[in-house]
Design a protein around this ligand. Structure first.
Ligand code: NAI
Length: 476
């Protein structure tokens, strides 16, 4: 088996944590049971690009139990849990000397070159073929396939310009090399893919853009916008893991501090609530009047970053947008202000601009925690080099909430793989009855007793006793 992880001897530790996580992931375990005989993913060759954590290990092994042949990478250079990666490679029945699990190409602290090499590796099966399904988080695997096919068609891979981010040059180099090795590879790969299921807001945004531009090469299911994903993982997951990230990175007392949350979408709502729960005075910034009004009515001060940049202690960006905290902002912050991002990509904080400030000094406190000292002597503390701090500095969301997200992922994979003809190229969300099914699978574990509609009540509000209980336009 080909694979590349940090240390296979961590597999036992990983396996013990996977065992605990399985108990906390009732949705995934129920899906394993439901499809134990029919194995609907038999024949599926799934390439996954999603944070290689313990929770993801349970997802991967669920896909395998349903019949899939899987290869995996992390979708971020810092988010891999090395013991999880090792356990997945060894597999439930293998040993360190005889790994029998899934090929994983991921370790914590990859360089950008290594990251894209890993993505490239996972997109190639040993027999030279590509996947027939992608499970993506943030859209990097989908991007590589699309760009590869586009440049093959154009006959050349362009050169990155000086204005392009460093990562773009790395992506182009990866494509140049792979096309030289096997001309036509990406066109063939794109043609063989039945569909992609996308995990997060930022990746979904890219998919809709491609669909609008007419460049999307295969159908996609937007998993993020299942209610049981974005209204749970993005909100309650971040409510948990934003604090975990801050604590493990700095252990600074949050109570009494002024914390700024940029963006009051699902992620921002979870972060703001958590910081308030710790006793911080939370300030929100927003560009959308609806979200700004929500934040205000939830009791948060809403103002601009400019107004608070020199007085706040902790900053968390959660916008999915770029250039939210600029180098100039950071130069005006309080001494040892903590600057962090929980959005998908690292461009919410202008790290490149920060590094270019003449005389600035970067001091490593520990991996993924850096003090940047300005020439005037004051410094800011940057978490995870501006990448998502909850996965870079901590272990991401806990199992129970990821069980909701990943049950949606498995159902979406089954939908696209088994009903390919019903999904012409486009971006889809799962039907509401499946969303409700995912929620239902998680009720027992929390001791929830659901009230049942009577037939008369169901008729009165115009729904079926078995659901769906809400129209598609309902917002929760
Ligand atoms: P969302 O679209 O619900 O929220 C983003 C909010 O930011 C919106 O309300 C928008 O109006 C606001 N915004 C945009 N530009 C802004 C600016 N310049 N200043 C202030 N506010 C601005 O998106 P969601 O679901 O909250 O996700 C946010 C990011 O977090 C995405 O990149 C997503 O992929 C990522 N994500 C990260 C997770 C993690 O575990 N770290 C989990 C789930 C999502």
């Amino acid at each position: 088996m080909d694979y590349k992880v940090a240390d296979l001897s961590l597999a036992d530790f990983g396996r013990r944590e996977i065992r605990l996580a399985e108990h906390e992931m009732p949705g995934l375990m129920a899906v394993r049971k439901e499809y134990a005989d029919s194995k609907p993913l038999r024949g599926a060759k799934i390439m996954g690009s999603l944070h290689m954590t313990i929770q993801t290990a349970v997802l991967i092994e669920t896909l395998v139990e349903l019949g899939a042949d899987v290869r995996w990478v992390s979708c971020n250079i810092f988010s891999t849990q090395d013991h999880a990666a090792a356990a997945v490679v060894v597999g439930p029945n293998g040993t360190v000397d005889d790994p029998q699990g899934v090929p994983v190409f991921a370790w914590k602290g990859e360089t950008l070159e290594e990251y894209w090499w890993c993505t490239d590796q996972a997109l190639q099966w040993p027999d030279g073929t590509g996947p027939n399904m992608i499970l993506d988080d943030g859209g990097d695997a989908t991007l590589l396939v699309h760009k590869g096919a586009e440049y093959e068609k154009a006959g050349a891979v362009p050169t990155a310009s000086e204005d392009d981010p460093e990562e773009w040059g790395v992506i182009l180099d990866t494509l140049r090399r792979s096309i030289a090795e096997k001309p036509g590879r990406w066109t063939e790969t794109a043609a063989g893919i039945k569909g992609v299921t996308e995990e997060t807001t930022t990746g979904v945004h890219r998919l809709y853009e491609m669909a609008r531009a007419g460049t999307l090469a295969f159908p996609a299911i937007n998993v993020n916008d299942s209610v049981t994903k974005s209204k749970f993982d993005n909100k309650y997951g971040c409510r948990h893991s934003v604090i975990d990230g801050l604590n493990r990175a700095t252990d600074v007392l949050i109570g009494g501090k002024v914390a700024v949350v940029c963006g009051y979408g699902d992620v921002g709502k979870g972060c703001a609530e958590a910081l308030r729960g710790q006793g911080a005075r939370v300030i929100v910034t927003e560009i959308d009047p609806i979200c700004a009004l929500q934040a205000a009515m939830d009791g948060f001060q809403v103002t601009t970053l400019e107004d608070v940049v020199d007085t706040a202690d902790i900053f968390v960006t959660a916008t999915g947008n770029f250039n939210i905290i600029t180098a100039d902002h950071m130069s005006r912050m309080k001494h040892q202000a903590i600057v962090s991002n929980i959005g998908h990509f690292d461009n919410e904080i202008d790290m490149a601009g920060l590094a270019k400030i003449p005389g600035i000094e970067k001091i490593e406190i520990k991996p993924q925690v850096h003090e940047w000292r300005f020439p005037d002597g004051h410094s800011v503390i940057i978490l995870a080099e501006g990448r998502l701090m909850n996965l870079g500095c901590a272990t991401g969301h806990p199992s129970f909430v990821m069980s909701n997200s990943f049950t949606n992922q498995v159902i979406a994979q089954i939908e696209l793989f088994t009903k390919t003809d019903e999904y012409p190229i486009g971006v889809y969300t799962l039907p509401k009855h499946l969303d409700e099914k995912v929620a239902r699978l998680h009720l027992d574990a929390l001791g929830v007793k659901l009230t049942e509609l009577t037939k008369e009540q169901a008729a009165y509000i115009g729904v079926d006793v078995e659901g769906p209980y809400k129209p598609d336009h309902y917002r929760y």
